[in-house]
Each structure stands twice: as structure tokens, then as C-alpha cells.
Design a protein around this ligand. Structure first.
Ligand code: 6PG
Length: 226
């Protein structure tokens, strides 16, 4: 599928400010509609600035529920874990109750963690918003080209081309079970992946579509607009 709707910003800083403000509006709308905001966080390095911006806006309340699109199989508290990045940049100081911040228990190993997280997700309705990054090869979460993208809600991943090799990822189907899916993509390194996506290459990122909206938030560098 070709590239979904996208918004292009002059700089990552302007993108992050707009994204944080828009996410807060999305949260308010979800809470007004059904009393909760189920948000899935992206890993990697790109979202850190967004999480810091959300912290600066005192984002979060007891109506927010935080999930993760993927996690690296590293010990709890390891600085390279996606949940550690989000907790450090934002969540630990937020008003979101710890019991509503649900990390993937990847320290258990890929299979056990995937089974446990899939069980936790069993009674969760559609997410309200899923945030995702984009890898240079077109991967998203820990769904990599040439590997499984579909199946159970949470998948055990081994031999991932991006270290560490062992990971847990929500499947493309479960990530798509969301009212909205937003990709956050900055920097020239992502140009090729965006170009291939736009040409219709069947990349993992292209397999994830929100029920109502799918949007790619990108800066000019990634959009190859000078
Ligand atoms: C991870 C992420 C991964 C990431 C992309 C982009 O665990 O690494 O889930 O999917 O979002 O690889 O990473 P950057 O934001 O660091 O470019």
C-alpha cells in the first residue's frame, strides 16, 4: 500500500511541538468519548524528544493507559529498553498510575513475554492511538522484512537485524487494531524507506493501518524536500 497521509515539518523541533499538542487533543477526545486513552508507545531514539515534550506539558492522568509496540529482550531497567527510555523521558514523573503503564516483560525471554503480553491485551479493546517509528529497512516496532508480521497479538522475534536479536513485537494486525496510527519519521536516513513505501513495496510499516486514520509525521530531511 502506498504511503498514507503525511504531514511534513521544517524541523524535528517543530514536528515534536505540533505532535505533542495534537496528541493531547487526541487524548481528550478519547477520554470524552469512552473515558480512557489507550496509547501505544514507539521505541528507538526518535520518540524521546516527543516524550520529553509530553513531560513538559504534564501529559497524562489516571485516564491514560500506556502500552508498548515492542520491547528488546534485555534485563529490567536496562538503559537500552524502550520502556526505560519512555519512563526516563516522561512517564516516571507523570500522573499516569504505574499499574496503567504496562511494559512488555521482555526480561522473561521472547516467547514467555509475548504470551504474557498477548494475554494482557486479550481484554483490551481497540487502542486509541499507536505511535510507531520507521527503520531504514522499512521495519516498524520489531516487525522486520522477511520475518513474521502477523499471527498472535504479540510475537516473539529472534535474529532481528537490529540489535538486540531477541525482541517482542505486537503484530501488524494488533497494531492496526487502533483508531489511529501515527508514524514519527525524521532524518535523511529514513528517505529510502519512505521512498520504497511510497512506491508500494510491501514493507512491515505498510502493513499497519489505523481503523480511522493513519498518518506519517515527518520532517523535510526525511521527506527529501531539502
Ligand atoms: C526499536 C524500535 C524500532 C525503531 C526504529 C526506528 O526497538 O528499535 O521499536 O522499531 O522505532 O528502528 O529507530 P530510531 O527512532 O532510533 O531511528
Amino acid at each position: 500500500m502506498p504511503l498514507p497521509a503525511s504531514r511534513v515539518f521544517d524541523t524535528p523541533e517543530i514536528l515534536v511541538r505540533t505532535l505533542a499538542d495534537t496528541l493531547l487533543m487526541q487524548a481528550s477526545a478519547s477520554i470524552a468519548q469512552h473515558g480512557r486513552f489507550h496509547l501505544v508507545l514507539a521505541g528507538g531514539t526518535t520518540p524521546r524528544a516527543l516524550y520529553e515534550a509530553l513531560a513538559n506539558r504534564d501529559a497524562g492522568s489516571d485516564k491514560w493507559h500506556i502500552w508498548y509496540g515492542d520491547e528488546r529482550c534485555l534485563p529490567s531497567g536496562h538503559p537500552e529498553r524502550n520502556n526505560v527510555m519512555a519512563e526516563t523521558a516522561w512517564l516516571a514523573e507523570s500522573r499516569i498510575p504505574p499499574e496503567q503503564r504496562r511494559p512488555i516483560p521482555a526480561e522473561l525471554g521472547a516467547e514467555a513475554a509475548a504470551a504474557e503480553y498477548a494475554a494482557r491485551l486479550a481484554d483490551v479493546p481497540a487502542f486509541d492511538l499507536v505511535l510507531l517509528g520507521l527503520g531504514e529497512d522499512g521495519h516498524t516496532a520489531s516487525l522486520f522484512p522477511g520475518r513474521a508480521w502477523t499471527g498472535a497479538d504479540a510475537l516473539a522475534v529472534h535474529d532481528a537485524p537490529k540489535p538486540p536479536p531477541d525482541r517482542v513485537s505486537l503484530s501488524a494486525d494488533r497494531l492496526s487494531n487502533s483508531q489511529a496510527v501515527w508514524f514519527v519519521v525524521t532524518g535523511t536516513d529514513k528517505r529510502e524507506a519512505l521512498r520504497r513505501w511510497g512506491e508500494g513495496t510491501p514493507l512491515p510499516a505498510a502493513a499497519v493501518r489505523g481503523r480511522l486514520a493513519t498518518l506519517v509525521w515527518m520532517d523535510r530531511a526525511a521527506a527529501n524536500q531539502g
